[in-house]
Design a protein around this ligand. Structure first.
Ligand SMILES: N[C@@H](CCC(=O)N[C@@H](CS)C(=O)NCC(=O)O)C(=O)O
Length: 371
């Protein structure tokens, strides 16, 4: 019954799945993806993509990708962490996209631009170096790739100040929320909490530099990170909620404030990436359905944040997640759909509903594929 979780304490997306397993009380063992069994059996079944998290079930089934893993267990367990009411469900889906894809700049910057993080990060990277590693998977190869990833998502030297001020602003807004509520939507975690746990655990509360920021500006955020990694609700002394989502489909004002802050960069960036990916799709002579969707496509896009120009690579995965939110709004009754649009408008995120790719993204053989 025990699930094998191939992952690492420093991995962003492993943090999402680990927390889900802890809260869902799913017995698991976390191991580094380096064994002969991983190389010879698991990797092939994982679409030959050396990505963590990947899990192995007792019947030998392999699932790669944190979203697919959480989907699998939500379906099996009767959706315990998916809110049943429309606004909370929509906000949880929105955080699934933002948590997974919208915090890469601070997560990468605060890891790779501060020497005090180095000993812990390299220690863990060594542990996940595969046997007979190809150059890009050696320790040096991976470090180079990650340094380049900082530039790819827009953290050039002259944008560090902006990235830091946006992150500190976010930390303070999250702190104000978690002072009042143990989880995003009240007394129990939602799928959105697990997604946010990715960047907030492996990178932003474990690496030394951003941990000091949490001590300074985000003690309630740190308590939430800890709470998300223990099976009991772990409420703070000031919390007195039910162990459930807030009643009456309530979305707290403090959470809307968090979303308005995310909107500052997530909305213009997503719009630019959407246009860029659609142009890329148009430019492909052939893009057969079933072709793998790469993590980043060839090409860059640019957008403005607070009057500053920023560029990013074209990463299509967020549209796989946003589509779930868009479908939820589109398939609700007219009245509910209107309410959801108003809710997103009040978070300055209504435009996300219009940002769609001209080709859908599905999954086959543990990879994302163009439909
Ligand atoms: N969308 C995936 C992304 C997984 C991912 O990017 N994991 C990183 C480490 S945190 C990795 O292994 N990247 C290499 C790869 O996926 O090929 C998820 O949600 O699990």
């Amino acid at each position: 019954m025990t699930v094998i979780l191939y992952g690492s304490p420093v991995s962003l997306y492993t943090g999402k799945v680990r927390s889900y397993f802890i809260k869902a009380q799913i017995p698991f063992r976390e191991v580094a993806p380096v064994s002969d069994h991983y190389e010879d059996v698991v990797l092939k079944k994982a679409g030959s993509r050396r990505g963590i998290p990947t899990i192995e079930l007792s019947d030998g089934q392999i699932i790669r990708d944190s979203v697919a893993i959480v989907d699998h267990f939500e379906a099996e367990l009767g959706s315990p962490f998916t809110p049943a009411t429309p606004k909370q469900k929509a906000i949880s889906l929105l955080f699934d996209a933002i948590g997974g894809e919208g915090l890469l700049r601070p997560a990468l910057h605060y890891r790779w631009h501060f020497p005090e993080n180095e000993s812990l990060v390299l220690h863990h990277f060594k542990e996940i170096t595969p046997r007979n590693a190809a150059p890009e998977f050696t320790l040096a190869g991976r470090v180079n790739k990650m340094q380049q990833a900082c530039i790819n998502v827009g953290v050039s030297q002259d944008r560090v100040e902006l990235v830091e001020s946006l992150y500190l602003g976010l930390l303070k807004k999250l702190d104000a929320h978690f002072e009042l509520y143990p989880y995003l939507l009240g007394g129990k975690p939602s799928i959105g909490d697990f997604a946010l746990m990715g960047p907030m655990y492996g990178h932003l509360s474990r690496d030394l530099k951003p941990l000091t920021l949490m001590h300074e500006y985000g003690l309630h955020v740190l308590r939430w990170v800890e709470r998300m990694n223990r099976a009991d609700p772990g409420f703070s002394a000031g919390h007195a909620p039910e162990e459930d989502f807030l009643s009456n489909d309530e979305i707290p004002e403090t959470l809307l404030e968090v979303l308005r802050h995310f909107a500052i960069d997530f909305v213009p960036e997503t719009e630019a990436i959407c246009d860029g990916v659609n142009n890329w799709i148009d430019s492909q002579a052939e893009l057969d359905s079933g072709t793998n969707v790469e993590i980043a496509l060839e090409g860059m896009t640019s957008f403005d944040i607070e009057g500053k120009h920023m560029s990013s690579v074209l990463m299509p995965f967020r549209f796989y997640l946003l589509k779930r939110l868009q479908d939820e709004v589109a398939t609700s009754s007219a009245a509910v759909s209107q309410e959801l649009i108003q809710l997103l408008e009040s978070a300055n995120m209504k435009e996300l509903l219009e940002m769609t790719l001209t080709r859908g993204i599905g999954r086959a053989h543990n990879r994302e594929v163009w439909q």
